[in-house]
Ligand binder design. Structure first.
Ligand SMILES: Cc1ncc(COP(=O)(O)O)c(C=O)c1O
Length: 371
């Protein structure tokens, strides 16, 4: 084994995706595999999602979609963050579907499509109340009109109408119904303008909406986090999902130190007795947040151990008292909890964040090892 690795159970991803498919009957299933498959590895995760029943993949950036194509993935892929200067021609050539939320981008895509001699497949994005990507209600008719004009000239084809929910993980939040109403209005305007044929896929639901909001399914759901086994609404439980990643390391060094030993930068921890310390070869450059000290536990030598002393860039220290710990012993930072280890959810709760940030934060030095 390497000094540390993120073990990814691809069968868990397959099963989670199958479960999401069952929870959204009648809807197509696109899984968001952006950010290196939520830290689980882009290509392997995408393959597992497709095996689990996803028919499409979503990425934030074109370079993620192009990497999937380079690795031989032929399923439809939608990319949705397209700043100026992106390789539009290559994306169109590689059949990557493109999101546009402004007429200027529709034009840029149409020009690029004209150069390739292919028709670009467009998903028009409505901002229904998140104030992130997409056209707000006042700008939506102009966006649809521009896309329709480009469609008539034969450079683009509108294949999707979509939006994103801001508070789907907060059941009952008034913005949910407001956004769905705004989405329906945007769809009606597009349909009236002729952009709503039966081949046009309407989609708005992320993981939480896929699991909790049947009225948000439309033609397709677009979960990410849940595919990796992490709950989009932790206070409502795990929804039967299985966490796919465990983060493990091997102890690099052990030592007995006397009482009164200051540990790591700043001596945040001082031993109160003679004890055994273990050095774990993972640090904040690998996704163990610097402020994990005293907040997060790991499993070593059969039990939970606190992270003591400042987490450094490449390493941190655990205190195992008088228990036996040897170099090479396995330390489990987080996993599915079956060996007594914390879950990524427990880490997220202790660190005041969400599991998205924990798993996507695992650095590139940590190899992903698939089972
Ligand atoms: C546009 C879009 N769709 C879908 C998703 C998937 O969301 P989640 O991981 O909460 O299911 C994301 C992720 O943030 C997103 O940005």
């Amino acid at each position: 084994m390497t000094p540390a690795e993120a073990r990814v159970d691809l069968s868990a991803i397959r099963d989670n995706v199958a479960l999401l498919g069952e929870r959204a009957p009648g809807a197509e299933l696109m899984v968001a595999v952006k950010a290196d498959g939520y830290g689980h590895g882009l290509v392997a995760s995408a393959g597992a999602c497709l095996e689990g029943g996803a028919t499409r993949l979503g990425t934030a950036y074109l370079r993620e979609a192009l990497r999937l194509r380079a690795e031989g993935i032929t399923a439809p892929i939608l990319s949705w963050i397209i700043p100026p200067g992106e390789p539009l021609e290559e994306a169109i050539h590689q059949d990557v579907e493109l999101s546009a939320g402004a007429p200027g981008l529709v034009d840029a895509i149409a020009v690029a499509a004209g150069r390739t001699g292919r028709i670009a497949r467009l998903h028009l994005k409505a901002d229904t109340g998140m104030s992130r990507g997409g056209a707000v209600a006042a700008d939506w008719p102009a966006l649809v009109e521009r896309a329709m004009a480009r469609q008539s000239e034969g450079t683009v084809e509108i294949v999707g109408l979509w939006s994103h929910l801001a508070c789907s993980d907060m059941p009952g939040h008034p913005s949910i119904e407001a956004q769905l109403t705004a989405f329906d209005e945007a769809l009606a305007i597009a349909e009236k303008a002729g952009a709503g044929g039966s081949h046009v896929v309407r989609h708005i639901a992320n993981s939480a909406a896929t699991l909790l909001l049947p009225q948000a399914r439309y033609d397709m759901v677009r979960p990410g986090l849940a595919a990796f086994g992490l709950s989009p609404v932790p206070r409502l439980g795990g929804f039967g999902l299985r966490p796919a990643m465990s983060l493990v390391a091997r102890i690099a060094l052990t030592k007995r130190v006397p009482a009164g030993s200051g540990v790591s930068y700043g001596h945040l921890y001082i031993t109160d007795r003679e004890t055994t310390l273990g050095l774990v070869p993972l640090g904040y450059a690998d996704g163990v947040p610097r402020h994990s000290t005293g907040r997060v536990e790991v499993v070593a030598a059969g039990r939970r151990r606190p992270v003591v002393g400042r987490v450094c860039m490449d390493q941190f220290v655990i205190d195992v008292g008088d228990d036996a710990l040897e170099e090479g012993d396995e330390v489990i930072l987080f996993g599915d909890g079956s060996r007594g280890e914390p879950t990524a959810q427990e880490w997220a709760d202790s660190l005041g964040t969400i599991t998205h940030e924990i798993v996507t934060g695992i650095g590139s030095r940590v190899p992903r090892v698939y089972r």
